[in-house]
Design a protein around this ligand. Structure first.
Ligand code: PLP
Length: 282
Protein backbone atom coordinates (compact mmCIF):
# COMPACT_ATOMS: atom_id res chain seq x y z
CA UNK A 1 0.00 0.00 0.00
CA UNK A 2 0.98 3.65 -0.30
CA UNK A 3 0.39 5.82 2.80
CA UNK A 4 1.41 9.48 2.93
CA UNK A 5 4.67 9.20 1.01
CA UNK A 6 5.66 5.63 1.88
CA UNK A 7 5.14 2.27 0.21
CA UNK A 8 4.60 -0.38 2.84
CA UNK A 9 3.26 -3.94 3.06
CA UNK A 10 -0.52 -3.82 3.47
CA UNK A 11 -0.41 -5.43 6.94
CA UNK A 12 1.78 -2.55 8.20
CA UNK A 13 -0.16 0.25 6.49
CA UNK A 14 -1.90 2.51 8.97
CA UNK A 15 -3.18 6.04 9.53
CA UNK A 16 -3.54 8.01 12.76
CA UNK A 17 -6.57 7.30 15.00
CA UNK A 18 -7.42 11.00 14.86
CA UNK A 19 -7.52 10.99 11.08
CA UNK A 20 -10.66 12.85 10.04
CA UNK A 21 -11.52 10.02 7.69
CA UNK A 22 -11.83 7.74 10.73
CA UNK A 23 -13.56 10.30 12.98
CA UNK A 24 -15.94 12.02 10.55
CA UNK A 25 -15.80 10.15 7.22
CA UNK A 26 -14.25 13.46 6.12
CA UNK A 27 -12.71 12.12 2.94
CA UNK A 28 -13.31 11.05 -0.63
CA UNK A 29 -12.19 8.12 -2.73
CA UNK A 30 -11.99 6.61 -6.19
CA UNK A 31 -11.80 3.05 -7.51
CA UNK A 32 -10.40 2.37 -10.99
CA UNK A 33 -10.44 -0.89 -12.82
CA UNK A 34 -7.06 -2.34 -13.84
CA UNK A 35 -7.44 -4.19 -17.12
CA UNK A 36 -4.44 -5.86 -18.73
CA UNK A 37 -2.16 -3.77 -16.52
CA UNK A 38 -3.75 -0.48 -17.66
CA UNK A 39 -5.78 1.93 -15.54
CA UNK A 40 -9.25 2.32 -17.08
CA UNK A 41 -10.68 5.83 -17.47
CA UNK A 42 -8.04 7.38 -15.22
CA UNK A 43 -8.59 10.89 -16.60
CA UNK A 44 -12.27 10.85 -15.68
CA UNK A 45 -11.62 9.32 -12.25
CA UNK A 46 -9.01 11.98 -11.45
CA UNK A 47 -11.33 14.75 -12.63
CA UNK A 48 -14.08 13.41 -10.37
CA UNK A 49 -11.64 13.13 -7.43
CA UNK A 50 -10.69 16.78 -7.90
CA UNK A 51 -14.35 17.77 -8.03
CA UNK A 52 -15.19 15.79 -4.85
CA UNK A 53 -12.23 17.38 -3.05
CA UNK A 54 -13.13 20.86 -4.17
CA UNK A 55 -16.78 20.47 -3.12
CA UNK A 56 -15.53 19.65 0.40
CA UNK A 57 -12.68 22.17 0.42
CA UNK A 58 -9.97 19.51 0.78
CA UNK A 59 -6.64 20.10 -0.99
CA UNK A 60 -5.19 17.67 -3.55
CA UNK A 61 -2.65 15.77 -1.40
CA UNK A 62 -0.04 15.73 -4.21
CA UNK A 63 0.01 17.10 -7.74
CA UNK A 64 -1.95 15.17 -10.32
CA UNK A 65 1.22 13.96 -12.09
CA UNK A 66 2.62 12.63 -8.82
CA UNK A 67 -0.68 10.90 -8.03
CA UNK A 68 -0.55 9.13 -11.40
CA UNK A 69 2.96 7.91 -10.62
CA UNK A 70 1.85 6.66 -7.18
CA UNK A 71 -1.12 4.79 -8.69
CA UNK A 72 1.11 3.08 -11.27
CA UNK A 73 3.75 2.24 -8.70
CA UNK A 74 1.19 0.72 -6.31
CA UNK A 75 -0.26 -1.35 -9.17
CA UNK A 76 3.23 -2.43 -10.24
CA UNK A 77 4.41 -3.38 -6.74
CA UNK A 78 1.30 -5.55 -6.31
CA UNK A 79 1.80 -7.10 -9.77
CA UNK A 80 -1.83 -6.41 -10.65
CA UNK A 81 -2.73 -7.19 -14.28
CA UNK A 82 -6.47 -7.37 -13.67
CA UNK A 83 -8.00 -5.87 -10.57
CA UNK A 84 -8.71 -2.59 -8.86
CA UNK A 85 -6.80 0.38 -7.53
CA UNK A 86 -8.44 2.19 -4.59
CA UNK A 87 -7.31 5.64 -3.52
CA UNK A 88 -8.61 7.77 -0.70
CA UNK A 89 -7.93 11.33 0.42
CA UNK A 90 -9.02 12.70 3.80
CA UNK A 91 -8.75 16.15 5.35
CA UNK A 92 -5.86 14.78 7.40
CA UNK A 93 -5.36 14.06 11.07
CA UNK A 94 -5.87 16.63 13.79
CA UNK A 95 -7.23 16.81 17.34
CA UNK A 96 -10.90 15.85 17.14
CA UNK A 97 -13.00 18.92 16.40
CA UNK A 98 -16.05 19.35 14.19
CA UNK A 99 -14.55 22.54 12.82
CA UNK A 100 -11.88 22.02 10.13
CA UNK A 101 -8.24 21.88 11.25
CA UNK A 102 -5.70 24.56 10.22
CA UNK A 103 -5.43 25.00 6.47
CA UNK A 104 -1.83 23.73 6.45
CA UNK A 105 -2.87 20.30 7.86
CA UNK A 106 -1.63 17.82 5.23
CA UNK A 107 -4.37 15.70 3.66
CA UNK A 108 -3.99 11.92 4.05
CA UNK A 109 -3.50 9.88 0.87
CA UNK A 110 -3.71 6.09 0.82
CA UNK A 111 -3.59 3.80 -2.23
CA UNK A 112 -4.26 0.06 -2.39
CA UNK A 113 -4.18 -2.23 -5.46
CA UNK A 114 -5.72 -5.70 -5.53
CA UNK A 115 -5.99 -8.35 -8.23
CA UNK A 116 -9.31 -9.93 -9.18
CA UNK A 117 -9.82 -13.35 -10.71
CA UNK A 118 -11.07 -12.30 -14.14
CA UNK A 119 -12.40 -15.74 -15.07
CA UNK A 120 -14.50 -15.77 -11.90
CA UNK A 121 -15.73 -12.22 -12.52
CA UNK A 122 -16.73 -13.07 -16.12
CA UNK A 123 -18.55 -16.21 -14.96
CA UNK A 124 -20.44 -14.12 -12.37
CA UNK A 125 -21.43 -11.54 -14.98
CA UNK A 126 -22.53 -14.26 -17.40
CA UNK A 127 -24.87 -15.62 -14.71
CA UNK A 128 -26.37 -12.21 -13.86
CA UNK A 129 -27.22 -10.85 -10.41
CA UNK A 130 -30.24 -10.27 -8.21
CA UNK A 131 -30.99 -6.89 -6.66
CA UNK A 132 -33.31 -5.81 -3.86
CA UNK A 133 -34.87 -2.35 -3.54
CA UNK A 134 -34.61 -0.18 -0.42
CA UNK A 135 -35.67 3.39 0.43
CA UNK A 136 -32.90 5.91 -0.25
CA UNK A 137 -31.98 7.27 3.18
CA UNK A 138 -28.71 8.95 2.20
CA UNK A 139 -27.77 12.63 2.47
CA UNK A 140 -28.35 15.05 -0.40
CA UNK A 141 -24.74 15.28 -1.58
CA UNK A 142 -24.46 11.81 -3.09
CA UNK A 143 -22.82 13.53 -6.09
CA UNK A 144 -19.65 13.68 -3.94
CA UNK A 145 -17.82 10.35 -3.69
CA UNK A 146 -17.28 10.46 0.07
CA UNK A 147 -16.22 7.62 2.35
CA UNK A 148 -19.45 8.18 4.33
CA UNK A 149 -20.93 4.93 3.06
CA UNK A 150 -22.84 3.54 6.05
CA UNK A 151 -26.28 3.60 4.36
CA UNK A 152 -24.70 1.93 1.32
CA UNK A 153 -23.08 -0.72 3.50
CA UNK A 154 -26.35 -1.41 5.36
CA UNK A 155 -28.18 -1.75 2.04
CA UNK A 156 -25.57 -4.14 0.62
CA UNK A 157 -25.65 -6.24 3.78
CA UNK A 158 -29.45 -6.45 3.57
CA UNK A 159 -29.10 -7.54 -0.06
CA UNK A 160 -26.62 -10.21 0.91
CA UNK A 161 -28.88 -11.59 3.63
CA UNK A 162 -31.62 -11.88 0.99
CA UNK A 163 -29.38 -13.67 -1.48
CA UNK A 164 -28.87 -10.61 -3.72
CA UNK A 165 -25.70 -8.89 -4.87
CA UNK A 166 -26.82 -5.26 -5.01
CA UNK A 167 -29.45 -2.99 -3.48
CA UNK A 168 -31.15 -0.31 -5.56
CA UNK A 169 -32.19 2.80 -3.66
CA UNK A 170 -35.52 4.41 -4.55
CA UNK A 171 -36.65 7.95 -3.76
CA UNK A 172 -39.90 9.18 -2.12
CA UNK A 173 -41.75 8.97 -5.43
CA UNK A 174 -40.71 5.37 -6.13
CA UNK A 175 -38.04 6.28 -8.69
CA UNK A 176 -34.80 4.32 -8.61
CA UNK A 177 -31.84 6.53 -7.75
CA UNK A 178 -28.87 4.14 -8.00
CA UNK A 179 -27.28 1.06 -6.48
CA UNK A 180 -25.42 0.99 -3.16
CA UNK A 181 -22.18 1.01 -5.19
CA UNK A 182 -23.30 1.20 -8.82
CA UNK A 183 -25.53 3.06 -11.25
CA UNK A 184 -28.83 1.48 -12.30
CA UNK A 185 -30.03 0.98 -15.87
CA UNK A 186 -32.95 -0.60 -17.67
CA UNK A 187 -33.59 -1.45 -21.32
CA UNK A 188 -37.10 -0.79 -22.68
CA UNK A 189 -39.06 -2.89 -25.14
CA UNK A 190 -37.92 -0.40 -27.81
CA UNK A 191 -34.28 -1.18 -26.88
CA UNK A 192 -33.72 2.28 -25.35
CA UNK A 193 -31.19 2.45 -22.54
CA UNK A 194 -32.63 4.32 -19.57
CA UNK A 195 -30.68 5.69 -16.61
CA UNK A 196 -31.40 8.44 -14.11
CA UNK A 197 -30.02 11.91 -14.96
CA UNK A 198 -26.77 12.58 -13.09
CA UNK A 199 -28.03 15.99 -11.96
CA UNK A 200 -30.04 14.63 -9.01
CA UNK A 201 -29.88 11.83 -6.50
CA UNK A 202 -26.90 9.89 -7.84
CA UNK A 203 -23.15 9.78 -8.22
CA UNK A 204 -22.09 10.50 -11.80
CA UNK A 205 -20.49 7.10 -12.37
CA UNK A 206 -17.48 7.01 -14.67
CA UNK A 207 -18.59 3.67 -16.10
CA UNK A 208 -22.00 5.28 -16.71
CA UNK A 209 -20.39 8.15 -18.66
CA UNK A 210 -18.21 5.83 -20.75
CA UNK A 211 -21.18 3.57 -21.47
CA UNK A 212 -23.06 6.61 -22.83
CA UNK A 213 -20.06 7.13 -25.19
CA UNK A 214 -20.27 3.49 -26.26
CA UNK A 215 -24.02 3.71 -26.83
CA UNK A 216 -23.53 6.78 -29.04
CA UNK A 217 -20.84 5.01 -31.03
CA UNK A 218 -23.19 2.06 -31.59
CA UNK A 219 -26.14 4.34 -32.47
CA UNK A 220 -28.18 3.20 -29.48
CA UNK A 221 -30.67 5.55 -27.87
CA UNK A 222 -29.91 6.59 -24.29
CA UNK A 223 -32.66 8.29 -22.35
CA UNK A 224 -31.44 10.01 -19.20
CA UNK A 225 -34.69 10.07 -17.25
CA UNK A 226 -35.89 8.69 -13.93
CA UNK A 227 -37.59 5.26 -13.93
CA UNK A 228 -39.65 3.64 -11.18
CA UNK A 229 -39.08 0.32 -9.44
CA UNK A 230 -42.29 -0.90 -11.12
CA UNK A 231 -41.00 0.07 -14.59
CA UNK A 232 -37.71 -1.71 -13.88
CA UNK A 233 -39.54 -4.91 -12.91
CA UNK A 234 -41.40 -4.84 -16.22
CA UNK A 235 -38.32 -3.90 -18.29
CA UNK A 236 -36.84 -6.05 -21.03
CA UNK A 237 -33.41 -5.93 -19.35
CA UNK A 238 -31.69 -4.33 -16.41
CA UNK A 239 -28.05 -3.95 -15.46
CA UNK A 240 -25.64 -2.07 -13.21
CA UNK A 241 -22.49 -0.14 -14.03
CA UNK A 242 -19.47 0.46 -11.77
CA UNK A 243 -15.70 0.30 -12.09
CA UNK A 244 -15.91 -2.81 -9.89
CA UNK A 245 -18.64 -4.45 -12.01
CA UNK A 246 -18.15 -2.89 -15.49
CA UNK A 247 -21.60 -3.76 -16.90
CA UNK A 248 -23.30 -6.57 -14.99
CA UNK A 249 -26.75 -7.88 -15.99
CA UNK A 250 -29.56 -7.96 -13.44
CA UNK A 251 -31.87 -10.98 -13.70
CA UNK A 252 -34.11 -10.43 -10.67
CA UNK A 253 -35.44 -7.36 -8.83
CA UNK A 254 -36.92 -8.18 -5.39
CA UNK A 255 -38.97 -11.31 -6.18
CA UNK A 256 -39.61 -10.47 -9.85
CA UNK A 257 -37.61 -12.41 -12.41
CA UNK A 258 -36.87 -10.27 -15.49
CA UNK A 259 -37.92 -11.71 -18.85
CA UNK A 260 -36.77 -15.28 -19.21
CA UNK A 261 -34.47 -15.01 -16.17
CA UNK A 262 -31.33 -14.91 -18.30
CA UNK A 263 -28.92 -11.94 -18.58
CA UNK A 264 -30.06 -9.48 -21.23
CA UNK A 265 -28.49 -9.74 -24.69
CA UNK A 266 -27.82 -6.01 -24.92
CA UNK A 267 -26.14 -5.88 -21.50
CA UNK A 268 -23.89 -8.78 -22.47
CA UNK A 269 -22.98 -7.14 -25.78
CA UNK A 270 -22.23 -3.78 -24.15
CA UNK A 271 -20.08 -5.50 -21.54
CA UNK A 272 -18.07 -7.20 -24.27
CA UNK A 273 -17.48 -3.87 -26.07
CA UNK A 274 -16.92 -1.66 -23.03
CA UNK A 275 -13.12 -1.72 -23.03
CA UNK A 276 -12.97 -0.76 -26.70
CA UNK A 277 -14.24 2.75 -25.86
CA UNK A 278 -12.77 3.22 -22.37
CA UNK A 279 -9.44 5.02 -21.92
CA UNK A 280 -6.48 2.75 -21.11
CA UNK A 281 -3.64 4.56 -19.32
CA UNK A 282 -0.24 2.92 -19.33
N1 PLP B 1 -22.95 5.03 -7.46
C1 PLP B 1 -22.38 4.78 -6.26
C2 PLP B 1 -23.12 5.14 -5.01
C3 PLP B 1 -21.10 4.19 -6.22
O1 PLP B 1 -20.53 3.95 -5.03
C4 PLP B 1 -20.44 3.84 -7.43
C5 PLP B 1 -19.12 3.21 -7.43
O2 PLP B 1 -18.60 2.79 -6.44
C6 PLP B 1 -21.09 4.11 -8.63
C7 PLP B 1 -22.34 4.73 -8.62
C8 PLP B 1 -20.44 3.77 -9.95
O3 PLP B 1 -19.41 4.67 -10.23
P1 PLP B 1 -18.16 4.26 -11.16
O4 PLP B 1 -18.74 3.80 -12.47
O5 PLP B 1 -17.39 5.52 -11.29
O6 PLP B 1 -17.43 3.17 -10.45
Amino acid sequence: AYVNGLYTPLRDASVHIEDRGFQFADGVYEVCEIFGGKIIDETRHLARLKRSLSELGIRMPVEEGALKVILRETVRRNRVRNGLVYFQVTRGSARRDFVFPAADTPPTLVVIARPVDRAKVEAGAAAGISVITVPDNRWERVDIKTTGLLPNSLARQKAKLQGAREAWFFDEDGYVTEGAASNAWIVTKENTLVTRPAESGILRGITRTTLIDLAKRDNLIVSERPFTVAEAKAAREAFITAATAVITPVIRIDDIVLGDGKPGALAIKLRAHFHSVAEHSA
